[in-house]
Structure formats: C-alpha cells, structure tokens
Design a binder for this molecule. Sequence first.
Ligand code: PLP
Length: 445
Amino acid sequence: MPEPISRRQFHQQLATGAATIALTPTILVADDKPAVLGGPKAVTIDRPRWPITEQNDVDAVERVLRSGDWYRYTGGESPVDVFEKQWAAALNVPYCQATSSGTSALITSLAALGIGPGDEVLVPPYTFIATVNAVLLHHALPVFVDTDPATAQIDHGQIEARINENTRCVMPVHLGGASCDIEQVLAIAQRKNLFVVEDSCQTHTGEWNGKRLGTFGDAGCYSFQNSKNLTCGEGGALVTSNEKLYHRAQSYQDNGGGRPKHDGGYTGNGANLRLPNFQGALLQHQLARLEAQSKLREANALYLRQHFDDIGGIRAKKLLPGTTRHGYHLFIFEFHPEFFAGLNKQKFTAALRAEGIPVSGGYSATNKMDWAKRLVTNRHFRRIYGDTRLKQWQAENTLPNNDRMLKTTCWFVQDLLLGDRTLMDQIADAVRKIKRHAGAIVKSS
Ligand SMILES: *Cc1c(COP(=O)(O)O)cnc(C)c1O
C-alpha cells in the first residue's frame, strides 16, 4: 500500500513538480517486446474490481428487502433520509436531495431554478452527454464554451463572450474529479446575474481551497451510477444552501407533490425521480469507505503522475492552483505522438490495452454529434428560439481548442487507481516499453 499523502504535501508536490516519491526503477526483462507485437503483457497482477461489496452492504439491502419499505416515503425515517443527512454532513451543506440518477439531479436543479424554454445555459463540450441532455429536456438552449486544453476544464476566459440577454445559468463540470476554476465562474455569474449549477457527477471528494466541489453554486449535482467513486448502481443527489430551492427540488422529484408539507397540492411541474430505499441503504455503507478509497486513489495518481513526467511525451492534465484535492474519477492525461515516433492515439491506446491496461480515448466532441445538427431543424426549438438564433448558435458551435485537445487526451477510470503500487509500476513499464518500440508499432500495421 502506498503511503497516504497529506493535502498540503499533494498541493506542494503539484506546485513544485518535485518528485518526492521514489519511482521503482524498471527492470528490463529479456523479452522486452510490447504485447501488441507479440511480447508478454506488462500487467501480470489482478486489477481491482469495482464496485466493492462487503457483508454489511448485503445485510443492509436485505434489511430493506425484508422490511417491505422499498419506497422512500413509506413513513418514518427511511434509509434515503439517513443517507441525505450523511451526504450533506460530509459536504458541509445544509440540504441534500437524493434523486434516481446524476442526470435526474441536473434536471431537478434546473427545474428548481425555473430554467425553461427560451433560456440559455452555458456548458462545456468535454463532458458526458447528460450535462447537455438535462438542458435540452427543459427546452433550454445549451451554449458551448470552449475547453482549456491544459486542464480539460471549461475555459472561464471564454464564458463572457457567450452570454446574451437570454442566458440564465452556467453549468460547469468538474471534469474527471478535478476542479474547474470555480472562483472565476462564480465571479462572472455574480456579475452577469446567472445561476450556477455545478455538475459534480465526477467528483465526490474534490476540493477547491479546502471546500468541497459541488457546494459553491446554487446547486451541485452528484452521480452514484455504477462507475462513479461513490455508487449504488444508479442514483444521484443535489445539494444546496438555499432552502427554497431545496423545497422546489424535493417537490419536483416527487411528481410536483406537496413536499415537504404533504399538503396534497400538485404543482404540475415534476416527475418521479425518487431514489429507492435499497440504494439509500447501500450508499450509507459505500460512503463509509469513500475516504479511504479516495486517499488510495490520490496517492497512486500522484505516483503515476511522476512516472509519466519521468517518461516524457505523456503527462497528466494540469491542475488549477485552487485545487486542494482531486476527486480522481478519471486520471486524464495527454499523449503526444511526436515523442512516440509518430504513433497515433488510437494505436497507442490499443497497445496499452494489449498490455492489460484498460484505457479510454476520452469523450468525442459532444457539440458535433447528430443531435446538434437536428436541433436547428427541430420544430419545438425553432418555435422557441427562431431560425436566426439557431443559425447563429450553429455558426458559433466551433470549439477549436476542444477539437485539438481530443486528439491527445486519454484517461484511466478510478478503479485502476485502487490497485497497489506494483500495478502503477507495471502501467508505467508498459508505457516505457511502448515508447521504446514505438517505431516498430507504427510500422506494424
Ligand atoms: C455520470 C455523469 C452524469 C450523469 O450521471 P448518471 O448518474 O449516469 O445519470 C452527468 N454528468 C457527468 C459529467 C457524469 O460523469
């Protein structure tokens, strides 16, 4: 097990780039051939499995099953109620509303802020499509702000240029678990009178200057989907410090019912986006392990960052100076073909997979997908926004920095970072091996 690293050490190490953990030197084996060229795999040990279940998870789910109280509002304090309190306490916010997914949390937040047809919402393109879908579902217009390729986060310097009289909200994503420049986003939002909804679906422990991500905006949204660092298979939550917003959210996720007052009135604005008690019970136990797991991921990630710096031509994304803790849902890095004999990203990721390392080439351009082409001819959107605005939207939907970044950006998913130090060394060995033989891999197909 790697030594845990304190937050201060983490920040200092990142700031100075000082390699304070000794890297295990590579031992060159006789058969140094990359697996993609027929050599042995670099990874020889088992990778961690995700999600992690223990007996208390099984017991908790069984208790709900046997109680017959599967739905959260069957009376008394339910497992979902308990989890909401625990999550709010963990984040140090007054209110938490559980939802059926991270997507539902985003939809509920926008609804609670009154976002609707005719409103424009600023979003980054380098994100999971749910960020965009939540906006579209309200018949609001998602307006893209280009990415800062060094960090993979929204480029706050380009936000103002996209604001017009219909802009109501900015929805930054803390991509991969690292923070966007939330301070700058908040300052612009305040100046321009915009709401801020943080898509924190990829960060459960990330912090900006010691404060948890997702607690800065009007609302912060989390996902507990199977792959996420805190999971119950499917689930989500929003947090807020605004009591009115919380009550509107509570009503919205319960079909616009009279919650919290149970007065029987329906607002006509809502859906069933409730989290069941099975998930609430499971989350309580998963949450108890979140800290220890996160510390392990952080230590491994820091170690891997140093390995990559040592290798050259491959580098973890830069963190913004306010980042005091990284949530590490993704370990996002840049791969530069010119340091690998011109090997392209596709062949590089294929070679890494052959070594036994799951790696993703990352998101494709959300803003260029089919939905974006269809939006300008959609009869509802045409009626709401008019052809002039939609044509302008289409013309402005060019994001050169994001396009450029896609060519060099890759990631590992969080569960890989739950492995031991040997696994991190084997990942680094695989990259070194591929680099040494990059010329041969380029010629091989
Ligand atoms: C996972 C994710 C979502 C959606 O969460 P679900 O629980 O899958 O609905 C939204 N935004 C981002 C950035 C995500 O990673």
